[in-house]
Design a protein around this ligand. Sequence first.
Ligand SMILES: [Zn+2]
Length: 228
Amino acid sequence: MQQRMKIIISPDPILRRTCEPVASEELPQMAKLAKKMARLMYKSDGCGLAAPQVGVTKQLIVLDTVLPEEGEERVQNPIIILNPRIVELGSTTESGGEGCLSIPGITIDIERPTSVTVEALDLEGNEIEISAEGFDARALQHEIDHLEGITMFEHLDPITCATKLQEFAEAKASGARPGDTSVGKAKDDGAAQREGDAGAQAKASSKTKPRGSAKARPKASSASLTGS
Ligand SMILES: [Zn+2]
């Protein structure tokens, strides 16, 4: 009954909607959705995907910021996050390049706190807490933005936004697809520019850990991620 899932591209209005929390009776359905979303995220070379990006306005995120070493296969170990709530943001901020699977073909520098702590639910309905730094923190904030109807463009001042919208229009016109990012721009901060929604580089090993332990650990590195 479900149609083939595909990534919704900006400026589709669904990307600006605020998503509903997942209710406990919806967990089985969300598990199925998350599985398909993860498949799509890996296929698109992304490191995160939020439900509204596939047309579902529910508070569900799939995240995997761990990137393979060069020449190696990517290990698929997604973290599924439901109903996330930011409980703490670090006081220092940093600007870094981000990509988004819904905004293919470009990367945008966005200033964000360098660490974040989030409370959420896992697919079994258990409460979890995720603390993330660096690229992980960036990716997590990028995905949570999606659940609030915020895309990368909403972070920009009007002039930069106009420039980036123009760049995006050109990228789309030249056939950019989810997972594509701008060419030749990667690696400015060692963190990454991979899209997949946010391009993060993290080791998010979470699965069903009890609150306090699902830690997204930054992997310090160099890969270049592009999308989100
Ligand atoms: Zn995104």
